[in-house]
Design a protein around this ligand. Structure first.
Ligand code: NAG
Ligand code: NAG
Ligand code: NAG
Ligand code: NAG
Length: 468
């Protein structure tokens, strides 16, 4: 995750270890090796581990700026007695990260964790970690400095109170006493990583080793009977929701899900803790957006990231190629990877063009579309009200996956919010469920009316868009 943009870059770092340099995300070969094929058996009823089962619903709140959906947060509780926190549910990162009560920079966070008020708190394992989020693209917060957090790995109970309750005792997470400006300015208290693998690693820099821990999501799944391994995201419409341990079958056509489910690149996903799928083509209407007409089939990969409010291309050249075809009036807006042009041009593309991505591999590839209107991220800089940012952002460094060196994209919420997405970290699959009519599809986004004539792109929007 990369906080709006910042957060997007760190998502990319799971795939690339490139643009976001984090001691955590840069895994040494021996760490990678330990991850191979490690999907421990899970408890629970096999029948419930089928896509389409029910689970526990967590309502989500959207953080919008200037009409653009940036982040989705929901409530968890931590400690005894339980204390509530709003966290961004982020498929692009593995860690649960919360602000500590002595964080002096956590200005927008409403809830800070006080260890002395929880009877179940333990300061172990006590490792200090400095997290960095990359800086691809401009952000809502106008800063070019790197973003990060200083944290310590600690242990407490992490729960969801919405009925029925889910409880995960002895959960290791990161308690942070420093959020850099971008992270501190977002309204959510923390980040809840939903990486697919059950096991996470803390790097112990003092001894050059790593410590394993169970990620918070898998702790819930293993400690609460009746929950399947999958979770379901509904990010569109007026009442977005995350379902833990199942899916909400009221929101999508379950019978069609199987044919719209892709297998992940298991090797990459298990090793790099990311939901990484093959990316076979990028389409425009009935043709291809990437101009290699002799072979429009790509051999790229894409991280599917609920924490990114953008599409991150693997490099500058790819973004240039895409925008060359869409409009010569769109160009780079800064040296951080933001692209855009006259608002009417960006908006025209947003409302008239159909941009799609073929994700998955071989026989299990599925075409998914950019949500209508989502191409336009809104006014880039209040001082230049006629210039809008477009959805493709390029990274500062070329992003490649570490095994075969394939180019790595990040497909964020501009694509994911058009579907009911089902994420199964046991089968290593992601399904793109068709939304039931009335759940928002074809209503809210069909006409692009949010983007009409520069209205609605609010003041105070700042430049760029951050993605987690
Ligand atoms: C916050 O408290 C922890 C102990 O809980 C301490 O290690 C850390 O240095 C403190 N941070 C600040 C910024 O005071
Ligand atoms: C964050 O941690 C690093 C490394 O320990 C340290 O150099 C830096 O001063 C810390 N920043 C803050 C604001 O505490
Ligand atoms: C850890 O590894 C790095 C690079 O391999 C090395 O430079 C450093 O001395 C090692 N530190 C310890 C404590 O072994
Ligand atoms: C087009 O794709 C083919 C096959 O993947 C590749 O060999 C060729 O270099 C590509 N051409 C361009 C201009 O990217």
């Amino acid at each position: 995750m990369k906080r709006l943009l910042c957060l997007a870059a760190s998502a990319a770092s799971h795939v690339t270890a490139g643009s976001a340099s984090s001691s955590i995300h840069r895994r040494e070969p021996y760490e990678v090796f330990k991850f191979l094929g490690r999907i421990p058996g899970l408890g629970g009823n096999e029948a419930q581990q089928q896509i389409g089962s029910s689970g526990v619903n967590i309502p989500l709140e959207v953080w919008r700026k200037g009409g653009t959906d940036l982040q989705w947060a929901g409530e968890i509780t931590v400690g005894t007695p339980p204390r509530s926190f709003k966290v961004i549910f982020d498929t692009g990162s593995p860690y649960l990260l919360l602000p500590q009560n002595n964080c002096t920079t956590c200005s927008a966070q409403k809830s800070l964790f006080n260890p002395s008020l929880s009877s179940t708190f333990s300061p172990t394992p006590g490792l200090s970690l400095q997290l960095f989020f990359g800086t691809a693209g401009g952000g809502t917060v106008p800063t070019n400095i790197f973003q990060g957090a200083n944290c310590t790995a600690v242990t407490d109970t992490v729960s969801v109170s919405s009925p029925p309750p889910i409880t995960g005792t002895s959960q290791q997470f990161l308690l942070c006493d420093y959020y850099s400006s971008g992270l501190a300015a977002q309204p959510a208290d923390g980040i809840f990583g939903l990486a697919p693998t059950p096991t996470g690693l803390w790097p112990d820099l003092a001894t050059n080793t790593t410590l394993e821990f169970e990620t918070a999501y898998w702790n819930w799944i293993t400690k609460n009977d009746g929950l399947g391994p999958e979770f379901g995201f509904y990010l569109g419409g007026d009442r977005p929701q995350l379902t833990i341990g199942g899916t909400d079958t009221n929101l999508y056509y379950t019978s069609k899900l199987r044919s719209r489910t892709i297998s992940l690149d298991v090797q990459l996903s298990t090793m790099r803790s990311g939901w990484v799928a093959g990316l076979r083509s990028v389409g425009l209407g009935n043709g291809f957006l990437l101009s290699n007409t002799s072979s429009p089939v790509l051999d790229d990969v894409a991280l599917l990231d609920t924490g990114s409010a953008i599409i991150l291309t693997p490099d500058f050249a790819t973004a240039a190629e895409v925008y060359n075809i869409l409009s010569p009036q769109i160009g780079p807006l800064d040296d951080l990877g933001s692209w855009g042009g006259p608002c009417e041009v960006v908006d025209n593309i947003a409302t008239t063009q159909e941009i799609s991505f073929t994700v998955g591999t071989g026989e299990r590839a599925v075409e998914v579309g950019l949500v209508k209107g989502a191409f336009n991220l809104g006014v880039f800089d209040e001082r230049r009200p006629g210039i809008c940012q477009a959805v493709f952002v390029s990274p500062v460094e070329t992003a490649r996956e570490p095994i075969k060196g394939r180019l790595a994209w990040v497909l964020g919420t501009p694509v994911l919010k058009g579907y009911y997405t089902v994420w199964d970290g046991k089968a290593m699959e992601v399904g793109f469920g068709e939304l039931r009519s009335g759940t928002g599809k074809g209503r809210k986004y069909a006409k692009g009316k949010r983007h009409g004539k520069g209205k609605g792109w609010g003041k105070g929007r700042g430049r760029g868009v951050w993605g987690l």
